[in-house]
Design a protein around this ligand. Structure first.
Ligand SMILES: Nc1ncnc2c1ncn2[C@@H]1O[C@H](COP(=O)(O)OP(=O)(O)OP(=O)(O)O)[C@@H](O)[C@H]1O
Ligand SMILES: [Mg+2]
Length: 417
């Protein structure tokens, strides 16, 4: 249970297949201990966006109720992830002169240069979700991570700006409010940023890597170079597409297709013995029918290759292909499909690693699975943002979407661990 010296944080991952809430307790010195979690099948989500507010709210409430029950805390607010094809990102440059009497860079100058980087023209239906400083340039000296306190007359920033469609983001917030909850310290976070926080090693960010989170309905992509994020995107193919292909290709229902995929599926046809047979429950048949396992693998392999080709196209368009020395890191429930890392390595021509979320204190074995990477990351980001709160009591700013916590959040979340 929490005392006055600790605070409760909650990460809420609204996925296409499941909604997961993770509770944590943060001590006065900032240490996070995971208390518990709740999981509910998701309803009302289509391709990363809310298509039915009421159905989504019911699922959120169920996940939160479970998390409350097994962690013994009351949940009032959450840090939530958003994603979807509506998300776009771009790199922007900001520049200001330092007008401090002793030419010292203050937090005010840092805020101003980020505001300047945000001065981009975006369509009226979109809003800026994150402005993430990649590095600062102080009187021409680049690669500076913490310019506060330095002396200079000119401050510049290279920032990564993430935008999303206002109504889609509002519908996520409405579902949360409908479930009787508010938004807490971490605010609204782009899902791949949370996932990256939970799975990437500092060295991978430094050397350059692409993070691929294969979910149910979409695959989130985030690229890091020189320790900083430089590209975020979404590929509209993921685990459920594979399941549907199996259902159509073999003529089975979705449940049987999911079973075949998880029990017998592989993305590598080469490895299979051509004579191996598996029993399947064909649509409308009473008895199981044996089919070659290689047929299942061919269906899966084709879709997984297509998925990683689309990731590769994004890398090419973003111009980052040659800067990924640490390779590709695959996570998300869909990455559990056998052979995913090998397909990733082959198509992208990079070394590949399958990743689960970092082990936080108190975290149960059950959460040590790629499908919980986003939820764990959201909880970590919520914890890292508590310094915008007054530790002795209530939030310094109540509810709503925080804009001014973002810089601190990203600095903490993406700084070296
Ligand atoms: N062992 C496994 N083998 C193959 N696929 C698996 C396995 N376990 C989970 N999956 C797949 O993972 C997918 C769900 O992943 P995840 O829980 O990360 O998605 P989500 O977060 O709900 O969705 P999204 O991120 O698209 O909103 C499903 O398509 C499921 O079939
Ligand atoms: Mg997900």
């Amino acid at each position: 249970m929490s005392s006055s010296r600790t605070q409760i944080v909650v990460g809420l991952d609204i996925g296409a297949t499941k909604i997961c809430a993770i509770t944590g307790e943060v001590s006065a010195d900032g240490m996070l201990t995971i208390l518990g979690s709740g999981l509910a099948p998701s309803a009302g989500i289509r391709r990363g966006v809310v298509a039915d507010i009421d159905a989504t709210a019911v699922s959120i409430r169920e996940a939160v109720r479970q998390a409350e029950e097994n962690s013994g805390v009351d949940i009032e607010s959450v840090t939530v992830g958003v994603t979807g094809e509506h998300i776009a990102s771009l790199n922007s440059h900001g520049v200001v002169s330092v007008n401090h009497p002793h030419l010292e860079i203050t937090q005010e100058a840092v805020d101003r240069v980020l505001d300047n980087a945000r001065m981009i023209v975006i369509p009226p239906d979109r809003e800026i979700l994150h402005t993430i400083p990649r590095w600062f340039i102080v009187d021409g000296l680049d690669g500076i991570q913490h310019p506060e306190g330095m002396s200079a007359s000119r401050l510049e920033v290279d920032a990564h700006i993430v935008t999303g469609t206002r109504t889609y983001i509002d519908n996520v917030l409405k579902s949360i409010h409908r479930a009787g909850l508010g938004i807490d310290a971490g605010g609204v976070v782009l899902q791949p940023l949370a996932t990256a926080d939970a799975v990437l090693l500092p060295a991978e960010r430094d050397l350059g890597c692409v993070l691929v989170d294969i979910g149910g309905s979409a695959t989130d992509v985030a690229v890091f170079t020189n320790g900083a994020i430089c590209h975020t995107g979404v590929v509209p193919i993921a685990g459920e597409h594979v399941t549907r292909d199996i259902a159509v290709g073999i003529r089975v229902d979705m449940e049987e297709a999911e079973r075949l995929k998880t029990d017998w599926g592989t993305a590598l046809t080469d490895l299979l013995d051509r004579d191996e047979l598996i029993d399947v429950q064909l649509l409308g048949e009473h008895n199981a029918t044996p089919i070659p396992r290689s047929i299942l693998a061919e269906i899966i392999e084709a879709r997984m290759i297509e998925l990683f080709e689309k990731v590769r196209d994004q890398m090419r368009r973003a111009g980052v292909e040659d800067h990924l020395s640490a390779g590709v890191v695959v996570t998300g429930g869909g990455s559990r499909l056998h052979g995913t890392d090998q397909v990733a390595a082959e198509v992208l021509d990079l070394t590949a690693r399958l990743a689960s979320p970092v082990q936080e204190t108190g975290m149960s074995e059950a959460l040590n699975h790629p499908r919980y990477a986003t939820a764990v990351g959201l909880t970590r980001i919520a914890a890292a943002n508590l310094d915008v709160f007054d530790l002795s009591g209530s939030p310094s700013q109540g509810g709503g979407r925080k804009k001014n916590g973002i810089f601190r959040r990203i600095k903490r979340a993406f700084g070296k661990r």
